[in-house]
Design a protein around this ligand. Structure first.
Ligand SMILES: C[S@@+](CC[C@H](N)C(=O)[O-])C[C@H]1O[C@@H](n2cnc3c(N)ncnc32)[C@H](O)[C@@H]1O
Length: 253
């Protein structure tokens, strides 16, 4: 069993080596990651959004695709491996923000994003609950997390976690763990995200769509206008895309 630091150091070493070939046609096992991009963009198109965060964005293949479809939205990519972010930055996509950082402790304001995506990065996180808590914090009320990773039925999952991943660690991979659907439901529940879709797909794929609770009804006070009532229930904060609300205390009537 490795420490959190050992796993993260392994991850950074693994992807520092992979960064220059990651999006090429000779990227080996990483080429599989491309299979998940259509699923994520398919989910994203179901709802409008302005500010999107890609957690564990790597060299930014997903953001590049989304940017090609619509360059007017604001995209942010975060990754723990500086070299992955350097390669992403070199794409020179105007208006896109690239950040070197840890998805278990997202360095963004509360309620900053309408959508958070995470593709094939989650199994590298030693503290999965911290990731979900952090995503819940940075999502706006009503915003969605769309996550793709590994899962498997019980015995296969055990083999993945107790043989495949430790062996992968020996050859320099920073894999930490895959989770059952129940475990993922538990992480979401604890962080306050509502699961809307949780499935095991072909090739041991985990599909998750989870939403931060909707904007609650403001406390009713007939002497106030609706706008004033909403302001009472939320603290108004600014964002690049206009205004959004930060939830404060709001007790039922
Ligand atoms: C297999 S790549 C996936 C890249 C991209 N999302 C894709 O689907 O092609 C996994 C990425 O997760 C990043 N990563 C792993 N642990 C991380 C963490 N704790 N915080 C941020 N990024 C992390 C790695 O550096 C790597 O770039």
């Amino acid at each position: 069993m490795k420490t959190e630091k050992q796993y993260k150091d392994l991850t950074i070493r693994e992807f520092t080596k992979a960064a220059d070939i990651y999006e090429s046609s000779h990227a080996g096992i990483y080429e599989m990651c491309k299979d998940d991009y259509p699923y994520i963009s398919g989910e994203l198109t179901k709802e409008d959004y302005t500010d999107l965060l890609d957690c564990g964005c790597g060299t930014g293949p997903m953001i590049s695709l989304l940017y090609e479809e619509d360059p007017t939205r604001h995209y942010t990519g975060i990754d723990i491996t500086p070299r992955m972010i350097e390669v992403a930055r070199a794409k020179n996509l105007p208006g896109v923000t690239w950040v070197v950082g840890d998805c278990e402790n997202l360095p963004f304001d509360d309620n900053a994003f309408d959508a958070v995506i995470c593709s094939n990065s989650f199994h590298h996180y030693p503290n999965p609950q911290k990731f979900f808590d952090s995503v819940q914090r940075v999502l706006r009320p009503g915003g969605r997390l769309i996550l793709q990773d590994y899962t498997a039925p019980g015995p296969v999952l055990w083999l993945m976690n107790h043989t495949e991943m430790p062996l992968a660690n020996l050859i320099g991979h920073g894999d930490v763990g895959a989770y059952s659907l129940d475990e993922v439901r538990g992480f979401c529940g604890k962080s306050g995200l509502r699961v809307e879709k949780l499935e095991r797909g072909k090739k041991f794929r985990l599909h998750l769509v989870a939403r931060k609770g909707p904007v609650p009804e403001p406390q009713r006070n007939d002497s106030l206008t609706r706008k004033e009532q909403i302001k009472n229930a939320y603290k108004l904060t600014g964002s690049k895309s206009g205004f959004y609300f930060r939830q404060t205390e709001c007790s039922p009537q």
